[in-house]
Design a protein around this ligand. Structure first.
Ligand SMILES: NC(=O)C1=CN([C@@H]2O[C@H](COP(=O)(O)OP(=O)(O)OC[C@H]3O[C@@H](n4cnc5c(N)ncnc54)[C@H](OP(=O)(O)O)[C@@H]3O)[C@@H](O)[C@H]2O)[C@@H](O)CC1
Ligand SMILES: Nc1ncnc2c1ncn2[C@@H]1O[C@H](COP(=O)(O)OP(=O)(O)O)[C@@H](O)[C@H]1O
Length: 538
């Protein structure tokens, strides 16, 4: 058998293809299949662990080639074994150079799993230096390896490991986390230690055998730093893997269709299309300021502009009627005069509504609730955002109407942030965030809609689909109005997408990826990315 490939650096967000993600259960199933096959091929016991230890050593040596004082923190399970084997390899490298490896070990020699017992014996033979903590001052570590917990962490960390995790995460030297940063839940990206780590360019994570969903959503991206992957030779075994728990999608999503090319490129390649070919988008929202209205016209304007910049051929902006005695609605958008402004109710009763994608709810305030039943009944392709979602959450009749849309072959995309998702699911934000994949999937199944659950690692789910996680975007997007831009962009991509649930989900995922990529490409010398600036790079 060939040797396993070197660790691959995951170049996010532009993955060449969608990658399967496996939670702890399916990772263990894959490990079992691999162990069985390696045994069948008469490879020595502990081969997988040996490969894991070698991969950790190889990558850490590449990250810190001049390291002389290495601190390796190991737990008492198999994650710790990978660390122990890497420590032995570092000891062999550093001994002739006068360097030192310090191992902090949490295990109980009386109750070690089989692989860990073997690694422990090798570590004993190598004569490693054991200590509760590394030296301080000039002898402080210049490389650290975190092998406390990987897949086996099931609940809040207890005991001395809490202090070690904190110390590891704040060291001013490169840190390589084995499989997962200790404290991070493989399945959900929840942080199970004290305060979640701040971002650090010194932090790396080498995911072993499989990529886990928790690395890419909720606390995962920030806690993991740069993510690397080594499949430990799994792909060369030619075995069937269980179905993935989720996908990590790039511009190409896992569900069949190729990458979504940029609209301008598509247009430059063609000659015969007219504006109608590029689809129409209606945006309904933007409650006017007034005695009841909260004044959120800007949100609907952002969504409409995003639909235009996203490639829609025609964009209509239907602002919600101003209350009596308040200022009249604007008649045009001076910065984007291409937008066609009409009263929202008039747009809904125009035949245009049947041929367009409608984006409803951005800045809709309380006024949008009154129109929602009409919107659900007249708009075959629909994106519901913000206040439309809140109105939906408060009204069981509207929810029933939403669910029935799919029977007519009508598609809907919901774009909740975690609070909106919690309202729709009738649970707390903490419950949504504790299982973002599960929450998005549950909402998709319950509402029979495509769902984009926003936040770090936006999850796109659809009924009957395996959900996918978007790897683009960063906290530059955490500012008011960026969600409105996303809703408009989804509308634009839907306007030229094929009919059907799969194409709808594909378009939503592509829009989420494109939206996040704008933030990833934003020049680092410019500290802020306002929603209106985001429009310029769509
Ligand atoms: N499967 C694979 O893909 C492959 C797996 N490999 C490697 O094995 C790793 C999985 O190993 P694993 O199953 O032994 O679990 P692991 O992460 O070491 O944790 C168990 C230890 O943590 C402890 N512990 C748990 N919770 C705790 C808490 N809250 N607070 C405190 N302690 C807690 C628990 O203690 P206990 O509960 O038993 O007292 C036990 O000592 C995987 O991530 C990868 O690195 C690769 O080598 C090959 C391919
Ligand atoms: N930390 C983050 N990392 C990546 N994307 C983020 C982060 N914070 C927010 N976003 C993205 O920014 C957008 C914010 O949307 P939303 O919360 O609806 O804001 P608003 O209603 O003000 O427009 C979403 O697309 C969300 O995924």
């Amino acid at each position: 058998m060939n040797l396993p490939a070197h660790p691959q650096r995951l170049s996010l967000p532009d993955l060449p293809r969608a990658l399967p993600l496996y939670g702890s259960q399916s990772s263990r199933a894959i490990e079992q299949r691999a162990q069985h096959e390696l045994g069948r091929q008469h490879l020595p016991a502990h081969t997988l662990m040996q490969r894991a230890g070698a991969a950790v050593f190889r990558l850490s040596a590449a990250l810190a080639p001049h390291a002389r004082r290495v601190w390796v923190v190991c737990g008492g399970g198999n994650n710790g074994s990978d660390g122990l084997l890497a420590a032995v390899a570092w000891q062999q490298r550093l001994q002739p150079l006068g360097g030192q490896v310090c191992v902090t070990w949490l295990g109980d020699a009386q109750r070690l799993p089989d692989d860990a017992r073997h690694a422990w014996a090798l570590a004993q033979q190598a004569g490693l230096h054991w200590a509760e903590a590394p030296a301080d001052g000039p002898d402080a570590p210049d490389l650290a390896i975190d092998a406390l917990f990987g897949l086996g962490l099931a609940q809040a960390v207890r005991g001395p490991a809490l202090d070690w995790i904190e110390r590891l995460q704040s060291l001013p030297c490169p840190l390589l986390c084995v499989d997962l940063p200790s404290g991070l839940c493989a399945d959900h990206g929840n942080w199970h230690a004290r305060a979640a780590p701040t971002a650090s360019p010194l932090r790396h994570t080498l995911s072993l055998l499989t990529l886990k969903p928790g690395l890419f959503t909720h606390h995962g991206r920030q806690a993991s730093g740069q993510i690397w992957f080594d499949d430990l030779g799994w792909s060369q075994l030619g075995l069937a893997a269980p179905g993935p728990s989720a996908w990590l999608h790039g511009p190409e999503t896992p569900h069949g269709m190729g990458p979504v090319p940029s609209p301008s490129l598509l247009r430059q390649r063609q000659h015969s299309p007219h504006k109608g070919t590029h689809g129409s988008v209606i945006v309904i929202g933007g409650q006017q300021p007034g005695p009841q209205g909260t004044g959120m016209t800007g949100a609907a304007v952002l969504a409409a502009r995003a639909a235009l910049r996203g490639g829609a051929g025609r964009v209509y902006l239907g602002l919600l009627e101003p209350a009596a005695g308040t200022a009249a609605a604007p008649v045009f958008d001076p910065l984007q005069p291409e937008l066609m402004l009409r009263p929202a109710a008039a747009l809904l009763h125009d035949p245009i509504a049947a041929q367009s994608v409608t984006v409803c709810g951005c800045g809709g305030g309380t006024a949008v609730a009154a129109l929602l039943a009409d919107v659900l009944a007249t708009c075959p392709r629909l994106v519901l955002d913000a206040d439309a979602l809140n109105a939906l959450a408060a009204d069981a009749a509207l929810q029933a109407q939403l669910m029935a849309r799919l029977d007519r072959g009508w598609q809907t995309v919901l774009t909740p942030h975690p609070l909106e998702a919690a309202r729709l699911l009738g649970c707390s934000v903490a419950q949504v965030q504790a299982d973002r994949l599960g929450a998005a999937q549950q909402l998709a199944e319950r509402s029979r809609c495509v769902v984009a659950l926003k936040g770090s690692g936006t999850v796109v789910a659809a009924p009957g689909w395996v959900p996918s996680i978007n790897p683009s975007g960063n906290a530059l997007l955490a500012s008011a109005g960026t969600g409105d831009v996303l809703a408009g962009l989804i509308g634009a991509l839907l306007a030229t997408a094929e009919a059907g649930l799969e194409a709808t989900a594909q378009a939503a995922a592509a829009a989420v990826h494109r939206h996040g990529r704008c933030a990833d490409r934003w020049p680092s010398e410019q500290p802020l990315l306002c929603a209106s600036e985001l429009l310029n790079c769509l």
